[in-house]
Write a protein of this length. Structure first.
Lengths: 372, 409, 274
C-alpha cells in the first residue's frame, strides 16, 4: 500500500512542471495559433488597445504571407533561412569533423586546442555578433587585412551587400521540389535494384515516372504566385554564416570527438591488420560509424539556425533587409508594425519548420530508447 | 547570496511603491543625450525628491525604441512618459487605442493654447482632447554641406534635384561622393525630401489623404528620380549611422547630405563646428519655401504610477524656460512661441524664420504625415524598390499598402 | 589508437595551430580595440596593437554595465537554482518511478526546449501582464525556469538512469519512502549532475536575448540587452562595446575554462540521447 502512495507522491511531484510546461508551451502555442487566425493589428484602434476586439479571419494571414504582393520579404526570408541553414550546417560539420579527426591523432596539448576551438560556444550570440560586426566593418576589419601585406583593401560590403546569386523564380519552386523528389526516388530505385527487391523496384519506378511526368509537364495543379518573383542567396549572409560557424563548429568537433573516442580500438586495429591505410580506416570504418552523430549534430544545429535571431540582431541590426530571417521579421512585424496576427502567423510557420526537424528526431531517439 | 535576496526584495518593493520616481522613455541616447539630460537636471533641481530614470533605447528615429515601447505597453507597464512624434504616430497608434490621458486641462491651466502654433496643436489633438505636449520643431528637408569642400569642388548648392543630378557626375569625377547616405531609415528620410521636391507641397500632402494615388504617374517619376539620386550615393550606405553619413560631409568625403536638422545639433554640439563656416545648409533641392516638420512630444499614458511627477515634467517641458534649455542643445527650435531666439545658433535662427514664413508639411518617416501602419510598412516598399529596381513595382506596393491600411480614412 | 609514424607527424600540428590562430583572430581584435584610446581608433589601423594601453574604456563600460551585470547575475542564479532543483526531482520521478503515460509526457515536455520562442511570445506577454510580473526580474526568472525545465529534466533523467534500479528497489524494501530515497540515495549521488545542469543553465540564461529584450524595462535589463544597445547605437566608439563584450563574456568564459569538462558533458546531453 505504501508503494502506491509513493507512486502518487511521485506523480504529484512531477505535476507542477507538467502544468507549467503545458501552459507555457502548449497553451501558448495554441493561443498564438488562434491569434494568427484573427485580424489583430489591421485596425489601429484595436491593435494596442487594452482589450482588443478581434475578428476571426481564418487563414488569410497565411495566404498573404505566401501569396501577397507586399509580403515578398517573408518569402525572401524563407530563402535566406534555407541558404543560411545549408551553409551553416556544411561549415560546422566539415570543420568540426576535420578538427576532431586531427585531434584524434594522439596530439600533445589536445586540451589546449580543444579549449580554443570550443570557447566561442560559451559566448552569447550577442557578444559574437558585436565582435564580428566590428570585424566586418566595410572600411576596416577584415577588409583592410590585405593592406598589412601591401595589397589593396577588399571592397566587399559584408553585411549590406545587395548582391544576390543563384536567383530563381519563386513560381518554379514546385519544379525544384519535383526534381528533388525524383532524385530521392531514383536513389531508392537504385538501392532496391541492388538488393533485388522486385516489389520495391516497381513501386519506386512508378512513382518516379509519375513525378517526372508531373514536373516536366509544368507541375499542373500548383500555382504559387500569379506573377514571377525572383529570390536568391544574399551574399550579405556570408559574414553571418562565418560568425555562426566560428561559434558553433567547436560544438560539432566535441560531438565527433566523443564519437571517435567511442569507437572500439579493436575495430580500427582489425582494419589495419587487413592492410587498410590510415585514410582507408577513416573512409571505411570510422566515418560510417560517425553517421548517427552527424545526424544529431545536423538536427541540433539545424534547429538553432532556423531560429537564429540574436546573432543577426547584434551583427547587422533588425532593420537590415538583406540579412533578414523569419524570426527577426516576426519581431518587427509584431512590435514595430503592430501587425500582431501576422506576426503570430510568421511565428507559427517558424514553429512548423522547427517541428519538422525536431519531432521525427525526438520520436526516433525515444523509440530506440524504449527498445533498449 | 544575501545580497541578491536583498536586491530582489528591493526590486519587488520598488515596483510596488515607486512614488518617488519618474521614468522618461526616449531614443535620445549618445550624441542626442545632452539636451534631455539638461532638462532632467532642471527637473531634479525643482523636484529633488523624485528619482528620474532616463530610459533611452538607442537607434535613430526611434527604430528600436518604438518596438520596446510596444512591449512595455503590451506588458501593462507603460513608462511614465514617452517620446512620440506629433501627428499620426501619436494619434493613430496610441490615442485611438485609448492609451493616453487627455491633457486639455493642462493646456488650460498653463495657458498654452496661444503659446503654440495652432497647426501644431491640431497635430496633437482629436475631437476628444489634446494628447501630448510638444517640446520642439525639427525640419526634415535640409541639405547639409561643408562650404570649404564645395568651394574646392566648385559646385554650387543645387536648387532642384535635376540640377543636383547634373552636377553628380562632376563630383564623382573628382573622387567625392555626391550625396552621403546612411542606414535604412535615412534612405526613407531622403525619399521624403525627394518626393516633396519632385511633387511640390500640394501633391505631397495629397498623398496622405489618398487624393493622389501612390501609383500615379507623378509617383513613378518620384521613384525614378530617387533611383537616379541613389546612384550618386555611397555604396556602403546601409552600414552607416546618420552621424557617420554626416561625418562624410564634414570630412569632405561627400559633398552633400540630406538629414533632419538634428544634424546641426550634432555638428554644433558634438563636433564643435560653427554654423555657416564649419557647415552650411539649404532646403533640400526643390523644397525651398517649404518646411517639412516633425515634432517630438511627450504625453501621459493611462495607468501610470507617478502621475503627479509626470504632470510636473510636462509643465517644465512645455514652458518657455524648459524649451529654451532643451532646444539649443538638441539643435531644434522651440515649439513655444515665446522662445528667446538669442539663445540659439545661426542655423536655428534661420530655421525659426523659415518656420514662420514657409508652407508647412508633415514628415512621413517621423510620424507626422501618415498612419504608423503605413509608415512602418514603407520600409517594405523601399526594399521592393531596392531589390527589383522597378519604380512601378514600388509604386504598386505603396498603393496596395495604402489601401490595406485605409490611409486616407 | 593509431599512432602516427615518422615523417608526417608534424602535419596535424600545423593544421591545428593554423586553425587555432584563425579561431583566435576575433579575440585579438576585441582585446586590442578595447585597450585603445577612442581618439586613436580608426579603421585603417584596426589591426595594430595600441600604442598606449588605455584602461579607461573598461572603467567606463563597467560604470555603464555594472547594474546590468548585477541584473543578469540575480536572474541567472535564481533561475538556474530553481530549474536545477525542479529538474532533479522530475528526473528522479521519470527515471525511478516510471508510470503509465510517462513515455508520452516526457517527449512532449522535451519539445518545449526546441521551440522558437517567438511562437509563444505574444501570449506570454498577456500572461505576465495578468500576473503583474511583466517588466521585472521575477517575471524573467519564472520564464527561464519554465523553459529550462525540459533540458534540466532531460539531463537528470539520463544521469539518474545510470544509478542501478536495484539500489532503489533495495531501499524500498528497507522501507524508505519516496522522499527518503531521494534524500539518502539519489541526492547524495547527484553532485556531478547538478554541476552539469547548473553550468548549462548558467550559460544559457546569461546569454539569452529574446526574452531579455522583450520582457524587461531599463532598470531590469540583463547584460545582453545592454550590450546590444551599446554596440547598436549611433556613432559607435568601438572601444566601449568591445570592453563591454569582454565584461559580458567573462562569467561564462571563466565557467567554461575552469569547468570545461562538465560544460562539454552538458553540450553532449543537449543532444537528447546523452
Amino acid at each position: 500500500m505504501k508503494g502506491s502512495r509513493d507512486r502518487l507522491t511521485a506523480v504529484l511531484m512531477l505535476t507542477p512542471s507538467l502544468i507549467l510546461v503545458g501552459i507555457f508551451v502548449y497553451g501558448f502555442i495554441a493561443r498564438t495559433f488562434y491569434t494568427s487566425l484573427t485580424n489583430w493589428g489591421s485596425d489601429p484602434a484595436q491593435a494596442l488597445a487594452r482589450n482588443p476586439v478581434l475578428r476571426f479571419v481564418g487563414f488569410s494571414n497565411y495566404r498573404e504571407l505566401f501569396t501577397g504582393f507586399i509580403d515578398v520579404r517573408f518569402r525572401q526570408d524563407l530563402v535566406n533561412t534555407f541558404f543560411f541553414t545549408l551553409f551553416f550546417l556544411l561549415g560546422c560539420l566539415l570543420i568540426g569533423l576535420t578538427l576532431a579527426i586531427l585531434l584524434d591523432q594522439d596530439i600533445r596539448g589536445e586540451g589546449v586546442f580543444r579549449t580554443i576551438f570550443l570557447f566561442p560556444m560559451s559566448l552569447s550570440f550577442i557578444v559574437t555578433g558585436t565582435v564580428w560586426r566590428w570585424l566586418l566593418q566595410p572600411r576596416g576589419g577584415v577588409n583592410v587585412l590585405p593592406t598589412l601585406v601591401g595589397a589593396e583593401p577588399l571592397e566587399f560590403r559584408w553585411l549590406t551587400s545587395r548582391n544576390q546569386v543563384w536567383q530563381f523564380n519563386w513560381q518554379d519552386l514546385p519544379v525544384y521540389t519535383g526534381a528533388l523528389v525524383a532524385v530521392v526516388l531514383a536513389w531508392l530505385l537504385l538501392s532496391a535494384w541492388r538488393q533485388r527487391r522486385r516489389g520495391r523496384v516497381v513501386a519506386a519506378l512508378v512513382s518516379l515516372l509519375f513525378i517526372l511526368g508531373w514536373t516536366v509537364g509544368g507541375t499542373p495543379g500548383i500555382e504559387l504566385l500569379p506573377y514571377p518573383e525572383t529570390h536568391g542567396f544574399n551574399l550579405a549572409f556570408i559574414g553571418i554564416i562565418a560568425a555562426a560557424v566560428w561559434q558553433m563548429s567547436g560544438y560539432t568537433m566535441a560531438l565527433y570527438l566523443a564519437g571517435l573516442r567511442g569507437i572500439p580500438v579493436e575495430l580500427r586495429e582489425a582494419a589495419q591488420v587487413d592492410g587498410a591505410s590510415g585514410l582507408q580506416v577513416y573512409r571505411y570504418v570510422v566515418l560510417p560509424l560517425l553517421q548517427p552523430i552527424t545526424l544529431s549534430a545536423m538536427i541540433i544545429l539545424g534547429h538553432i539556425s532556423l531560429k537564429i535571431f540574436d546573432l543577426i540582431f547584434a551583427m547587422a541590426g533588425a532593420d537590415n533587409a538583406t540579412t533578414d530571417v523569419p524570426a527577426l521579421l516576426m519581431y518587427l512585424t509584431t512590435f514595430r508594425g503592430n501587425q500582431f496576427a501576422k506576426g503570430a502567423a510568421i511565428a507559427v510557420v517558424l514553429l512548423l519548420m522547427v517541428a519538422a526537424v525536431i519531432v521525427p528526431y525526438l520520436w526516433s531517439s525515444l523509440k530506440s530508447e524504449v527498445r533498449r | 547570496m544575501r545580497k541578491f535576496i536583498v536586491l530582489l526584495v528591493t526590486l519587488v518593493v520598488g515596483l510596488a511603491y515607486a512614488d518617488g520616481q519618474l521614468e522618461i522613455f526616449s531614443w535620445w541616447a549618445g550624441d542626442e543625450g545632452p539636451a534631455l539630460e539638461a532638462l532632467i537636471d532642471e527637473y531634479n533641481a525643482l523636484y529633488p525628491d523624485v528619482e528620474v530614470i532616463n530610459a533611452t533605447v538607442t537607434g535613430g528615429a526611434g527604430v528600436n525604441a518604438k518596438a520596446v515601447l510596444k512591449t512595455r505597453m503590451l506588458g501593462g507597464d507603460p513608462p511614465d512618459s514617452f517620446q512620440v512624434h506629433a501627428g499620426q504616430e501619436l494619434i493613430g497608434t496610441w490615442v485611438v487605442a485609448d492609451r493616453m490621458e487627455d491633457l486639455t486641462f493642462l493646456y488650460d491651466e498653463q495657458g498654452w493654447f496661444d503659446k503654440y502654433p495652432p497647426g501644431l496643436i491640431d497635430l496633437l489633438s482629436t475631437e476628444d482632447g489634446i494628447w501630448s505636449v510638444p517640446v520642439n520643431i525639427h525640419r526634415s528637408n535640409v541639405l547639409w554641406y561643408n562650404p570649404a569642400v564645395l568651394e574646392n569642388l566648385s559646385v554650387p548648392v543645387p536648387e532642384s534635384w535635376s540640377e543636383f543630378l547634373v552636377f553628380c557626375p562632376d563630383i564623382q569625377a573628382q573622387g567625392v561622393t555626391p550625396l552621403a547616405l546612411g542606414e535604412n531609415w535615412t534612405q526613407q528620410h531622403l525619399w521624403e525630401s525627394v518626393a516633396l521636391g519632385v511633387l511640390g507641397p500640394q501633391d505631397y500632402t495629397a498623398l496622405w489623404s489618398q487624393q493622389l494615388a501612390m501609383n500615379d504617374p507623378k509617383m513613378i517619376n518620384v521613384w525614378d528620380t530617387f533611383g537616379e539620386i541613389l546612384a550618386c550615393t555611397n555604396e556602403d550606405a546601409a552600414g552607416l549611422s546618420w552621424q557617420q553619413a554626416t561625418d562624410m560631409v564634414v570630412s569632405g568625403e561627400a559633398a552633400f547630405n540630406v538629414m533632419g536638422d538634428w544634424a546641426a545639433g550634432y555638428m554644433n554640439t558634438t563636433l564643435q563646428l560653427e554654423p555657416g563656416t564649419g557647415f552650411g545648409w539649404a532646403p533640400a533641392p526643390g523644397t525651398g519655401g517649404v518646411f517639412m516638420m516633425l515634432s517630438d512630444s511627450f504625453g501621459l499614458p493611462q495607468d501610470v504610477t507617478n502621475r503627479e511627477n509626470v504632470l510636473n515634467w510636462l509643465r517644465l517641458m512645455g514652458s518657455q524656460e524648459g524649451q529654451d534649455i532643451f532646444n539649443p542643445l538638441k539643435g531644434s527650435i522651440a515649439a513655444h512661441l515665446d522662445s528667446d531666439l538669442g539663445l540659439y545658433n545661426a542655423y536655428l535662427q534661420s530655421a525659426a524664420a523659415d518656420w514662420k514664413s514657409d508652407a508647412v508639411v508633415g514628415s512621413l518617416v517621423h510620424g507626422a504625415a501618415a498612419k504608423e501602419a503605413f509608415m512602418s510598412q514603407f520600409a517594405t516598399v523601399l526594399e521592393i524598390y531596392l531589390s527589383s529596381g522597378s519604380a512601378q513595382a514600388a509604386a504598386n506596393a505603396a498603393e496596395a499598402i495604402a489601401n490595406q491600411v485605409g490611409l486616407g480614412s | 589508437m593509431t599512432r602516427r609514424r615518422g615523417r608526417l607527424a608534424w602535419l596535424p600540428y600545423l593544421f591545428l595551430t593554423a586553425a587555432a590562430l584563425l579561431f583566435l583572430v576575433p579575440v585579438y581584435l576585441v582585446v586590442i580595440t578595447s585597450f585603445k584610446d577612442p581618439a586613436t581608433i580608426n579603421l585603417a589601423t584596426t589591426w595594430q596593437v595600441p600604442e598606449r594601453w588605455y584602461w579607461q574604456s573598461f572603467r567606463e563600460a563597467w560604470q555603464l554595465l555594472a547594474p546590468k551585470l548585477l541584473n543578469s547575475a540575480t536572474l541567472t542564479v535564481f533561475a538556474t537554482v530553481l530549474s536545477a532543483m525542479m529538474g532533479s526531482m522530475n528526473g528522479y520521478v521519470l527515471s525511478k518511478w516510471r508510470f503509465r503515460g510517462a513515455n508520452i509526457l516526457f517527449p512532449l515536455m522535451l519539445f518545449g526546449m526546441f521551440i522558437p520562442y517567438q511562437s509563444i511570445l505574444i501570449p506570454l506577454f498577456q500572461f505576465l501582464r495578468d500576473l503583474n510580473l511583466y517588466g521585472g526580474i521575477p517575471g524573467l526568472i519564472l520564464v527561464h525556469v519554465v523553459y529550462g525545465l525540459p533540458i534540466t529534466t532531460l539531463i537528470f533523467r539520463n544521469y539518474y538512469a545510470e544509478i542501478p534500479d536495484e539500489m532503489v528497489e533495495a531501499s524500498k524494501i528497507d522501507g524508505a519512502s519516496f522522499f527518503g530515497i531521494y534524500r539518502h540515495l539519489i541526492f547524495p549521488l547527484s553532485l556531478p549532475g547538478f554541476v552539469v545542469v547548473i553550468i548549462w543553465q548558467f550559460t544559457q540564461i546569461w546569454n539569452e536575448f529574446l526574452f531579455a529584450v522583450t520582457l524587461t524595462k531599463v532598470e531590469s535589463q540583463p547584460i545582453t540587452v545592454a550590450l546590444a544597445q551599446l554596440a547598436g547605437g549611433e556613432a559607435v566608439k568601438w572601444n566601449l562595446p568591445m570592453a563591454g563584450a569582454i565584461l559580458a563574456a567573462l562569467p561564462t568564459l571563466l565557467v567554461y575554462i575552469l569547468l570545461g569538462r562538465y560544460f562539454i558533458r552538458g553540450l553532449l546531453a543537449g543532444s537528447v540521447k546523452g
